[in-house]
Design a protein around this ligand. Structure first.
Ligand code: ATP
Length: 238
């Protein structure tokens, strides 16, 4: 679509002989939250990994800011402003909060302004500032998710790829993570969010895609998907 920051067109991907994505197409508009919802194993993480350059697609185009991503190494994608916040958070448990954050400033662009970015992250997440010298492995799941988000921001992203940020979190933390995502959008960030937590994810999403067995089943504004009978039946228990 014109004006999209990301356009994925007919993406196919496999693990060995097993195909898991089938002609997946979607768009991400700048300054919006685009959500991929779907059950366990639907293929959400594989889409994220394909975008980050961790899984090579069989075919399809990944147009980011007018540029084809296929063929670019992961680090080149990070340099161009793509930041993956992976499922499971993957913070370094034996390093402090601040060391984890500094690791996020990997691209040359991010490195040059990284002290300022660190202060911005601390302003956004005061809890991380309080705990800056603590080992990341000693923090709660929710705090580690904040740290993973903060580390992603340190890369000065133009497109944030968030893979299941609420996985395994207590309900109060789930709410907080969604509030942060909304704040980031309001601050102008563009977010592609993969979530199993369909209700909240769809309430937040500007645009949403329902992924079923590696295929896009439904697409539309988040609120419209919330009202769709197949979503209500399968994901909202109604
Ligand atoms: P989840 O929330 O469980 O991560 P998902 O929607 O993100 O689900 P994917 O992780 O993308 O789904 O998995 C899609 C399919 O690919 C599943 O059938 C899964 O078993 C399979 N799969 C994922 N990773 C691998 C791998 N490294 N090797 C082989 N198969 C894999």
């Amino acid at each position: 679509m014109t004006g999209s920051l990301l356009t994925v067109h007919e993406l196919n991907a496999s693990y060995g002989a097993v195909q898991v994505l089938f002609d997946v197409s979607f768009d991400v508009q700048p300054g919006s939250v685009t959500t991929l919802v779907g059950a366990n194993g639907a293929g959400k993480s594989t889409i994220m990994k394909t975008l980050a350059g961790l899984v090579a697609p069989n075919s399809g185009t990944l147009l980011y800011d007018g540029r084809e991503l296929t063929g670019l190494a992961s680090h080149e994608r990070v340099d161009s402003g793509l930041s993956l916040i992976p499922e499971g958070r993957l913070v370094f448990p034996g390093m402090t909060v601040e060391q984890n954050l500094r690791l996020g400033a990997v691209s040359p662009n991010a490195r040059s302004g990284h002290e300022q970015m660190l202060e911005e992250v601390y302003d956004r997440f005061p809890r991380l500032k309080e705990r800056r010298w603590q080992l990341a492995g000693l923090m709660s799941g929710g705090e580690q998710q904040m740290l993973a988000l903060g580390r992603g921001l340190m890369a000065r992203p133009r497109l944030i790829l968030m893979d299941e940020p609420t996985l395994g979190l207590a309900p109060v933390m789930v709410k907080q993570v969604f509030e942060i995502i909304a704040e980031l959008r309001d601050a102008g960030f563009t977010i592609l969010l993969a979530e199993q937590n369909a209700r909240v994810a769809l309430e937040l999403a500007n645009q949403a895609y329902l992924l079923e067995n590696g295929r896009v089943g439904l697409a539309g504004p988040g609120r419209d998907l919330l009202d769709a009978p197949e979503v209500r039946r399968a994901y909202l228990g109604m």
